[in-house]
Design a protein around this ligand. Structure first.
Ligand code: PSU
Ligand code: MN
Length: 315
């Protein structure tokens, strides 16, 4: 029992009570990361991928001033279609809740809500991180600080978004002591790009190995999340040259138009989707679904080997 008990859909609450695997999914990529109708399809396919792997999906958002863990299809559709849904990081939660507003939750907000509800496994697309001009703008996503305090959570992603300063993002994770583990890869993936060429020191090759690592991390009580990162499926990776040209163009446009702060990520993603003729968009969708599936497979193993983890409601 906790402050979020009443916000949890029944199937998720039951799974948590019984120590069955649950995977949290974020909603910003639905409301602000992908265009209609790819966003709704991706949200549905992610939930389906979690179910197929034997876990229960828990998509998280704020609707009319209430935290919601587990959404109906009508609610998912609303998030995907409405244009008045805000983007909420952890710092936006209290004002959005107090004013009765609706918001999609980013990695930082979703991770915090999931952990508070006892859900210890979370899947997303690309992490937020250090933006390219951060030395001047100080634009560093609150995702990083939340990862640093999300003790025992597992976050499955495809590295950090290509639009970021990726070497600086890796350094920032190191500073915060957050382990980042390659899943069947030795280098950091960059979202829709399969590799940044930036080496990762740690690697696992299957869900069992990943689950063991997370179980050890939890046993030690380390105060941060574990990040598990895999590449976009090879058949879906867009052409690198096309991607890079679209990215440069998007960054220039953002600079010219003075787009900054929380509008920057959605702006860049939309421009890149346009600039690659939708190729980055289908890659983006594919990696999100693949991450949901991997998170579920690891959650199933975790529930098997460490039945007293946060999934059992102890978190
Ligand atoms: N990755 C995606 N699409 C997204 C995001 C990440 O595939 O929309 C979102 C995530 O919700 C992440 C957020 O937490 O962008 C980071 O935003 P910012 O850079 O404003 O912190
Ligand atoms: Mn930011």
């Amino acid at each position: 029992m906790n402050a979020f008990t009443e916000a949890i859909a029944l199937d998720i609450a039951h799974a948590l009570q019984r120590g069955q695997p649950v995977v949290a999914l974020e909603s910003t990529l639905i409301a602000h990361g992908l265009p209609w109708p790819t966003n709704l399809e991706t949200a549905r396919r992610s939930e389906q991928a979690v179910r197929e792997a034997g876990a229960v999906p828990a998509t998280i958002a704020v609707l009319n001033g209430r935290v919601r863990i587990g959404l109906s299809d009508t609610e998912l559709t609303h998030l995907a279609q409405a244009n008045d849904v805000l983007k909420a990081g952890r710092r936006d939660l209290s004002p959005v809740l107090a004013r009765g507003q609706s918001a999609a939750t980013t990695v930082s907000a979703t991770l915090w809500i999931a952990r508070s509800a006892g859900i210890g496994v979370f899947a997303t697309g690309g992490l937020g991180g250090v933006h390219r001009n951060a030395a001047e703008s100080f634009d560093v996503s609150m995702d990083l600080d939340e990862l640093a305090r999300a003790d025992g959570s597992l976050v499955v992603c495809s590295g950090a978004k290509t639009v970021l300063d990726l070497p600086a993002t890796l350094e920032a994770l190191e500073t915060r002591g957050v382990p980042i583990i390659g899943y069947q890869t030795d280098a950091l993936p960059a979202f829709t790009s399969r590799t940044t060429g930036l080496p990762l020191e740690h690697r696992v090759n299957d869900p069992v190995e990943a689950a063991r690592l997370v179980a050890v991390h939890r046993q030690f009580g380390l105060p941060c999340a574990v990040v598990l990162t895999q590449q976009v499926p090879e058949s879906e990776a867009p052409d690198e040259a096309l991607m890079n040209a679209a990215l440069d163009d998007a960054l220039n446009q953002a600079d010219r138009l003075g787009i900054s702060g929380k509008r920057l990520t959605p702006f860049l993603l939309a421009r890149i989707h346009e600039g690659t003729g939708g190729m980055s968009q289908s890659a983006n969708a594919a990696l999100i679904v693949a991450n949901a599936s991997l998170a579920a497979r690891v959650a199933v193993e975790l529930a098997r080997i460490a039945p007293n983890g946060p999934e059992a409601g102890a978190g």
